[in-house]
Design a binder for this molecule. Sequence first.
Ligand SMILES: NC(=O)c1ccc[n+]([C@@H]2O[C@H](COP(=O)([O-])OP(=O)(O)OC[C@H]3O[C@@H](n4cnc5c(N)ncnc54)[C@H](OP(=O)(O)O)[C@@H]3O)[C@@H](O)[C@H]2O)c1
Length: 366
Amino acid sequence: MITAQAVVYSEHGEPKDVLRTHTYEIDDDKIAANQIIVKTLGSPVNPSDINQIQGVYPSKPDKTTELGTSEPSAPCGNEGLFEIIKVGSNVSNFKVGDWAVPSNVNFGTWRTHALATEDQFTRLPNPEQSKAAGKPSGLTINQGATILVNPMTAYLMLTHYVQLIPGKDWFIQNGGNSAVGKYAIQISKLLGFNSISVVRDRPNLNELESELKGLGATQVITEEQNGSREFGPTIKNWVKETGGEIKLALNCVGGKNSTGVARKLANNGLMLTYGGMSFQPVILPTSLHIFKNITSAGFWITALLKNDEELKNKTLSKIVEWYENEQLVDAKSLETPFVAGGAKQLHEYYQEAVVNSAKGKQLITY
Ligand SMILES: NC(=O)c1ccc[n+]([C@@H]2O[C@H](COP(=O)([O-])OP(=O)(O)OC[C@H]3O[C@@H](n4cnc5c(N)ncnc54)[C@H](OP(=O)(O)O)[C@@H]3O)[C@@H](O)[C@H]2O)c1
């Protein structure tokens, strides 16, 4: 018998008010032929996890009594890395020791263990398997636990909508130092695209610029430069030198910042909005639509991949390959190990992680 714990909520609200730890048993002698038991290795706190708990995110898990809670409850967390610790007699995709990530959102990854069916998980190579396959490196827990959202978002936005010509074309993005932004910088470099990353000004701007250029950023500019008419010709010269165009803009900020990045687009360019960090609406001047035929569209990885298993698997394999070949660096998380039976309950780890999210991505490891 395995004693498992999961972080759940019965009512929506702020995580500090509504989360609790639910303890339950998984009978590992009685698993069905197609079932697996997984042990969690790590699960992060993403902005969307918090929004789900608050009840303001369009996709959320059902509230049920499946885990044995006294009232219908939903498990928290969407991303996480798991190790298979037991397989049913008919399971063909997994063996004990394999690593896996949930195949769909809303699985509930803020937990110690789970009983699932094999189709609920997708296999990832564990470090021994990568080594045996002759790869330079194996996945880290942080890479595996955060692989499903940010790196895949960056890759899909850069490749799925607009065909950028390697060596010539450009994309511009705001939130250049966000986790997604750092993956977009690295992936665009791997694919040969030029990038302009807009970041907020700060006292150590030079350090940030060096960091982003170290990751492969072509140019890094501030919000002030993004909004300045005088700075426009500098950008035009950069683009002229490569003989390409700025065909794509990635917007996770909104407000005046999104106007600035959209203005840099060439005729017929596309702006994809995937986040709203400033809480301001996207503002696009009418003339950009009429005279430059700019398109403004949304990007949501959940919707794009929901019914496209092939695209999901292809994208996941690409990111795994780059990690194994040490061509991609993960956006670092601040890791806190969960101590079972310690002074703090499991949900308190995540409540603290939610508060600390402003200092950087939080990962609870097990
Ligand atoms: N639609 C999708 O499928 C999808 C997928 C993944 C992520 N997302 C969204 O993408 C966004 C970024 O996610 P992440 O995990 O990469 O975030 P993150 O690493 O926490 O980075 C947040 C970024 O937002 C910037 N920022 C915050 N407030 C701002 C403001 N008022 N004005 C300008 N910039 C501001 C930060 O800049 P500073 O460093 O200057 O504070 C930082 O660059 C989130 O909204 C997330 O929900 C969406």
